[in-house]
Design a protein around this ligand. Structure first.
Ligand SMILES: [Fe+2]
Ligand SMILES: [Fe+2]
Length: 310
């Protein structure tokens, strides 16, 4: 891909001082800055195209590793490897592994750019929206449907606070930021290699939610494509290993997918979709799908997730 050069040879002699901060200016000389980025949990950063065409950025991985998510695939780099960024045409997500340290050298003063290093989930959702508007609309719809189901079932047991379910539902697909837009929007059947991107998005969503929101919320995102009979992905879990909250988001997720025009599917009406989900009782919990049918029958759900419930 244009704009990034890798150096896979192990470099010698580079070392960085221990630091408690996630971004520390090590030295500055004229327009040159050397910054140490220290990552204690898994996180996502972005490489941005520089406004100055002469700008150059160099990253040396001192410890840990990164995954660069490029148009033509993911490049994993580990300790002792490095990459140079110059003339980048568009944003590139960088997944940084736990306990990594990167020495960053640039010829355009950019220490304040370090502020951008960690991206909040909301920003991430906005970035996904730039790539694929469907995902943002879908996320909001899944949030509304999940909360409607939760409210209707709250005496019957989702063992999670309402706000936690809301976070998990809204950000369940945030891992899609690693899926190239061509794959997200491809109308045809996906090739095997392309499918691998799709299959890992729940895992990435879970990883991204875990550091800030904990395991219960991460688990919902990780398992929103799991099915009761073990036919789901990424792990093929079975009913006993999937929480009721995950199953609520799973039902909301597929209900929105069935009732929305994604360019390649047959759009179903609310009643038809709910009926179909009830029939799929080997995959979707009947306690949830029957509540969904009640909500649909009573007109409590509105299209696009604009729910009529409180
Ligand atoms: Fe998903
Ligand atoms: Fe989804």
């Amino acid at each position: 891909m244009d704009g990034i050069r890798f150096n896979r040879r192990a470099a010698e002699g580079a070392s960085a001082a221990e630091s408690e901060t996630s971004a520390q200016l090590l030295t500055k000389q004229g327009d040159f800055e050397v910054v140490l980025h220290r990552i204690t949990g898994e996180s996502v950063a972005w490489l941005y195209p520089a406004s100055d065409p002469a700008a150059m950025e160099y990253f040396f991985i001192h410890k840990g590793g990164v995954d660069l998510v490029l148009d033509d695939g993911v490049v994993s780099l580990g300790a002792g490897e490095s990459f140079t960024v110059s003339g980048l045409k568009h944003d590139v997500p960088v997944k940084m592994l736990k306990d990594s340290e990167l020495v960053y050298v640039t010829n355009c003063p950019a220490f304040e750019a370090a502020e951008h290093f960690d991206v909040s989930l909301k920003e991430l959702l906005a970035r996904i929206d730039e790539k694929d508007h469907y995902t943002t609309r879908h996320s909001k719809a899944v949030l509304q449907y999940s909360l409607a189901l939760y409210d209707a079932m709250k005496d019957r047991g989702p063992d999670i606070p309402r706000d936690d379910l809301a976070i998990a539902a809204l950000f369940h697909d945030v891992g899609k930021c690693f899926v190239p837009v061509e794959i997200l929007q491809k109308p045809d059947r996906l090739e095997h290699a392309e499918m691998r991107y799709i299959l890992r998005h729940p895992v990435d969503s879970g990883r991204m939610l875990l550091p800030n929101f904990g395991e219960q919320i991460a688990e919902i995102a990780r398992n929103h494509h799991e099915r009761l009979d073990g036919s789901g992905y990424p792990r093929g879990l079975r009913a006993e290993d999937i929480s009721l909250s995950s199953q609520i988001v799973a039902v909301a997720d597929v209900f929105d997918a069935m009732t929305t025009d994604r360019g390649y599917n047959t759009v179903k009406g609310f009643f038809e979709a709910a009926e179909e989900l009830i029939a799929l009782s080997h995959q979707f919990d009947k306690r949830i799908t029957s509540v969904l049918m009640q909500l649909v029958s009573s007109g409590s759900l509105e299209e696009g997730g604009a729910a009529a419930h409180e």
